[in-house]
Design a protein around this ligand. Structure first.
Ligand SMILES: [Zn+2]
Length: 452
């Protein structure tokens, strides 16, 4: 080990170094990007999106000033403005398709998602990281295309977040590709995200993680009187949808207690660790669920296609505002209007998303074929893995460890080798391995499979 980010070491046996989490230094390059994310820009974008009056997926597509057509054209033009500063590396495109009639779509409807693709600088690195918000909106009657449907928090907030990250990151370089997405048709049945997720699967996109931001702009809970501008919920599912269809995979989860270690849950833990490393006064709350009761989101089509995805949503949702006709009734204001949103809060959540995307896209790829050796009965834990096949070579690896009852990784052991033996029994702890570069950018952790 020549160069290192660690300021203190505790020497442990077997060529393993252990240290406390506090010795990790934030990368100043990421801190600088985090600072560039602006509440003022986010607010301006939300107010501009509200100015189109309706962004209902079934609304007008011909007007230049109102309806979803004007909204998506504006989003695309705005993203192209950001892309102009990328030296040709960011390309903006419509992902266009016709959603057939059925369910909440009353006639075949052309939908257009907007994708701003920041190409990675390493041609051998195929990884893709995605951030998304939905730009369509609704009121009480989801089929009502012509009402005033401001959708400021649901989900102009997530749309503005995705766009602000595109603006800040367009001028920076990352070995992996980042896609800044805004989708339509969420309220009609996750139509836009379903199209992108299926396309990603069919075209073999190497999507390593997808971050969905839906309802990330309200901090005051009308019902409870609680104000919370510190917390953000990250929803992740415990049993991957693809494993649920595989009897052998389920048997493995049952035998070894793997139901709390899905790739999505690793991503959720990662967002907490990295987000709280770079953003002050932030508490990322892991919710062990795919989504809330009676609700769904754009992470789900990605999960169904076997990708790793999570959803971010504010702590206190105001249901008097979401999906409501704008009105006043018995002294209560209804409707998702921009004056009720907290843009400093959306800025905080945007900064968290940026730190996670940047850290992932700068990190080496995950270690491959991570295994825990089970050939004999022992009270130690022997792990082995292979270096990532493509992209930059890791400076080393972190072996992560936690109590079986702990929600978060508790110890990190740094090794430069592709194997490690720990003086802790594999029967009593959970383990994972992540790649790390010389600046401390970590890949997502990979949970070992039993090997001989
Ligand atoms: Zn929504």
């Amino acid at each position: 080990m020549k160069k290192t980010i660690l300021s203190t070491f505790i020497f442990a046996s077997f060529n393993v170094f252990a240290f406390a989490q506090t010795t990790i230094k934030p990368d100043l390059q990421i801190s600088k990007m985090v600072d560039e994310v602006s509440a003022k820009n986010i607010e301006a974008t939300v107010r501009k999106l509200v100015s189109f009056k309706s962004r209902n997926t079934l609304s007008d597509t011909t007007s230049k000033t109102t309806g979803i057509g004007a909204a998506r054209n504006w989003i695309k033009a705005e993203m192209e403005r950001y892309a102009a500063a990328s030296g040709g590396r960011m390309k903006v495109e419509f992902d266009t398709f016709t959603q057939p009639a059925g369910g909440r779509i009353d006639k075949p409807t052309v939908l257009k998602n907007v994708l701003a693709i920041l190409k990675g600088t390493d041609p051998n690195d195929t990884r893709i990281y995605m951030v998304s918000g939905h730009y369509d909106s609704r009121v009480n009657d989801v089929m009502n295309a012509n009402a005033f449907e401001p959708g400021a928090v649901d989900d102009a907030s997530g749309t503005a977040l995705s766009m602000e990250l595109a603006r800040v990151m367009a001028t920076k370089s990352f070995p992996a590709t980042i896609i800044f997405m805004t989708v339509a048709g969420e309220e009609q049945g996750l139509n836009g995200s379903t199209n992108v997720a299926k396309r990603a699967k069919a075209e073999n996109w190497n999507v390593d993680a997808m971050l969905n931001n839906d309802i990330v702009g309200n901090t005051y809970g009308m019902e409870t009187g609680l104000k919370d501008n510190r917390s953000i919920r990250v929803f992740s599912d415990g049993v991957p949808s693809v494993a649920a269809k595989d009897e052998k995979a389920i048997a493995g989860l049952i035998a070894l207690g793997g139901e709390n270690d899905s790739p999505s849950r690793q991503l959720a833990r990662y967002t907490k660790e990295i987000g709280e490393r770079y953003v002050a006064q932030l508490d990322v709350k892991l919710i062990y669920r795919r989504d809330r009761y009676l609700r769904g989101g754009d992470q789900t089509p990605f999960l169904l296609q076997g990708f790793t995805a999570v959803r971010f949503t504010e702590m206190n949702e105001d249901f008097n505002r979401q999906h409501q006709d704008v009105r006043k009734e018995k002294g209560i204001d209804y409707g998702d209007v921009p004056d009720a949103a907290d843009y400093d809060y959306t800025q905080k959540i945007a900064r968290m998303n940026l730190s996670v995307l940047a850290n992932l896209a700068l990190a080496p790829a995950e270690p491959q074929n991570v295994g825990v050796i089970t050939s004999g009965l022992t009270n130690k834990t022997a792990l082995k893995w292979e270096a990532p096949k493509a992209g930059k070579k890791p400076a080393g690896y972190y072996v992560l460890m936690r109590e079986t009852t702990s929600p978060y990784w508790e110890k990190k052991f740094f090794v430069t080798d592709t194997k490690a033996t720990l003086d802790y029994s594999k029967d009593n702890y959970f383990f994972a391995v992540q790649s790390v570069d010389e600046l401390g950018h970590e890949s997502l952790p990979v949970v070992p499979k039993p090997v001989r």
